[in-house]
Ligand binder design. Structure first.
Ligand SMILES: O=P(O)(O)OC[C@H]1O[C@H](OP(=O)(O)OP(=O)(O)O)[C@H](O)[C@@H]1O
Length: 434
């Protein structure tokens, strides 16, 4: 029994391990409201909230909960985030990274199990197939102009459309809803003042956006913001697992303990995969190579890598990268290792490639099974034989829909981390997996 500690949002596994009852808190619907139904004054408070599912609601609840405990005089507040939200958005904003855009299954056009091809689209470029062309944002600009046009029409004014054939001296008489009239004329780039309705008085509409060669779209990366929000709300310490980018810890000026899920995955390989010594560990992309080689080295197993040949520059184009296997998997069991599966696009396409290259069985061992959108249908329809995830994200619903899914319990690892942090003991032993 651990004293002077309050665990909010802890699973049964965590509370049982610590020998304490879970503290109660209430949430209201609509605007998030949190009531902590327990005194936290002078206590060591641990708030467990994962970043999966309704990620923004979960994050907001966590922030409000931290702030509530801070103002209720908690001695120390530790945010325990089994899956850290937004940790994939820690890259430079020009990069292709960011949350993938999960598409909902188009039930009207295909069956519930889907008609996924898992092929690289488009195929590797070759003569006659020049590959992807990027729109570079002009589509969204066109949409904005279209919206502007509609709102101008509603307010009774005429809109100058770029490229509509107006000349330098063209004037347009417009009538506003109050009956007053205004005239605008196009002057091809002469600065003027903005009139009502956003039109430039005495000037022209700006030229349509023409990206220069090498232009990269700006992708918002919320990593720093989320780190700042947690510290501003009042967190003193963060415990998480398998951060997508371990350098993300540097975004914080409070301690961050990044636990490893791979010892659980390693144990699964050793005790649940027959003849695992003859299998091959595969990283489905270069970003996860370190993670996968750590397991391969520890178990003395061979390693292969799937290389994404062309890295898409737009987040909506992630599924278009062409995959290529580096290594030998023929007549072997292939074990894909990754930190997370979200749309499951990466692992399902990797599985198809591995089977094509002669792998007999394909496992995917993943720490965070976010499995959003149609990920489960995709897995069911894929060449994957088994998908093993931990429950850093609740898997109850996924498990019910996916016979290939197996779930590893991660509560004990977090409970032990909480116990050690509370008693001021070292937790480095939890980072080790030998
Ligand atoms: O299930 P999915 O939607 O396919 O997403 C899963 C992939 O996304 C992440 O990598 P990311 O694509 O961000 O590349 P990186 O490892 O190079 O950062 C993660 O490491 C997986 O490989």
């Amino acid at each position: 029994m651990v004293r002077n500690i309050v665990v909010l949002g802890g699973s049964k596994q965590i509370c049982d391990h610590l020998g304490i009852p879970p503290a109660k808190r209430l949430f209201a619907v609509g605007e998030t409201r949190v009531e902590v139904e327990e005194s936290v004054r002078g206590k060591d408070v641990f708030i467990v909230q994962s970043g999966g599912g309704a990620v923004n609601d979960n994050l907001m609840e966590l922030l409000i909960c931290i702030s509530a405990c801070r103002t209720a005089s908690a001695k120390r507040i530790t945010a325990v985030l089994p899956l850290f939200p937004y940790s994939r958005q820690s890259d430079i904003p020009y990069n292709k990274t960011g949350a993938p855009l999960a598409k909902a299954p188009n039930v009207g056009n295909r069956s519930r199990t889907g008609t996924y091809s898992f092929d690289s689209v488009p195929q590797t470029p070759h003569p006659g197939n020049p590959g992807v062309t990027l729109t570079n944002g002009t589509a969204s600009l066109d949409k904005s102009l279209e919206r502007l046009k509609l709102s101008e029409e509603r307010s009774g004014t005429q809109v100058i459309t770029p490229g509509a054939g107006l000349k330098r001296t063209d004037t347009i008489e417009t009538k506003k809803s109050d009956g007053s009239e205004k005239s605008y004329f196009q002057t091809n780039g002469v600065n003027g003042t903005h009139g009502a309705n956003g039109l430039v008085k005495g000037s022209t509409m700006p030229p349509q956006f023409q990206p220069q060669p090498g232009y990269k779209q700006w992708v918002a990366q919320a990593g720093t913001l989320v780190a700042d929000l947690l510290t501003c709300a009042g967190a003193d310490h963060v415990i998480t697992m398998d951060l997508h980018d371990p350098q993300y810890q540097g975004f914080f000026d409070i301690p961050v303990d990044n636990l490893y899920g791979r010892h659980l995955l390693r144990k699964y390989i050793q005790f649940s995969i027959p003849n695992y010594q003859q299998a091959v560990i595969v990283s489905p992309d270069a970003g996860g190579a370190k993670r996968a080689t750590a397991i391969a080295d520890a178990l003395g197993m061979p390693f292969a890598l799937i290389h994404k040949e062309r890295r898409p520059t737009q987040i909506s184009d992630r599924q278009n990268a062409t995959m290529m296997l580096v290594g030998e998997v023929r007549d072997r069991t292939a074990i894909l290792i990754d930190d997370l599966a979200d749309t499951s696009n990466t692992i399902t396409r990797a599985a198809k490639l591995l089977k094509k290259e002669g792998a007999t069985t394909v496992y995917a061992l993943i720490t965070h099974g976010i499995l959003s959108g149609d990920a489960i249908d995709r897995i069911n329809a894929s060449a994957l034989d088994k998908v093993v995830v931990t429950n850093t994200v609740d898997q109850t619903e996924h498990k019910a829909r996916c016979p290939k899914l197996e779930v590893l319990e991660v509560g004990n690892v977090f409970a032990e981390a909480i116990r050690r942090v509370h008693h001021g003991e070292s937790i480095s032993v939890l980072f080790d997996y030998h």
